[in-house]
Design a protein around this ligand. Structure first.
Ligand SMILES: [Zn+2]
Length: 194
């Protein structure tokens, strides 16, 4: 059994431990006449996804905080623009933006801009099907956020509230989800809270 891949930070550098590429013996594929047609090639790979400057966003949703960013550069034509999804640099002046807490803005103003319901998904999907993808707009925010609805049926203009996987978070974007405003706490998926 290969040693599980893990990463530690030592003096601001990644220090890797264990096996990041694991190869499992292959198997032949024969046809009904026992003629060789091919092989399976099982292999497992651990990918290191560095969050860098976006780490505060993923850390935030694991704790029930929705963070966006705002350009505070006085020389920027778009000064004061607020972005969610979180982006590190202003697209107009390219200066580093300030991190802002948008949890309350989302609770008070989030509504469905549009939506898409998917009955099928790709490999490694972890969301329940059908997946109700929603695009969400917020007062005072100049971008639209893509996420998924965890209760009820989506409708254009529907007010929604953010929910967060604060119990056993995965530190990925699926730790953030949404429910229609007024959904009781008892209807939230396991591990999620308002
Ligand atoms: Zn700017």
């Amino acid at each position: 059994m290969a040693k599980e891949a893990s990463v530690k930070i030592v003096r601001e550098r990644y220090k890797v431990n264990g096996e990041f590429s694991v190869i499992t013996p292959n198997r032949p594929i024969f046809n009904e006449a026992k003629k060789l047609c091919g092989i399976t090639n099982p292999r497992t790979m651990t990918y290191i996804h560095s969050y860098g400057g976006e780490a505060p966003f993923f850390e935030g949703i694991s704790k029930g905080i929705l963070r966006g960013t705002r350009c505070d550069n006085p020389k920027c034509e778009s000064k004061g623009s607020i972005y969610l999804p979180f982006r590190i640099f202003c697209p107009d002046c390219l200066k580093k933006m300030k991190i802002v807490d948008l949890t309350k803005t989302a609770q008070k103003t989030a509504k469905i801009h549009t939506f898409m319901v998917c009955e099928r998904s790709g490999a490694f999907n972890t969301l329940d099907k059908p997946i109700k993808f929603i695009n969400i707009e917020f007062d005072g925010v100049c971008t639209i956020l893509m996420s998924y609805l965890s209760a009820g049926e989506p409708e254009i203009g529907m007010r929604v509230a953010p929910i967060f996987r604060t119990k056993n978070p995965t530190y990925t974007i699926t730790d953030l989800s949404w429910v229609p405003v007024g959904t009781p706490k008892s209807k939230l998926p396991k591990g999620f809270s308002f």
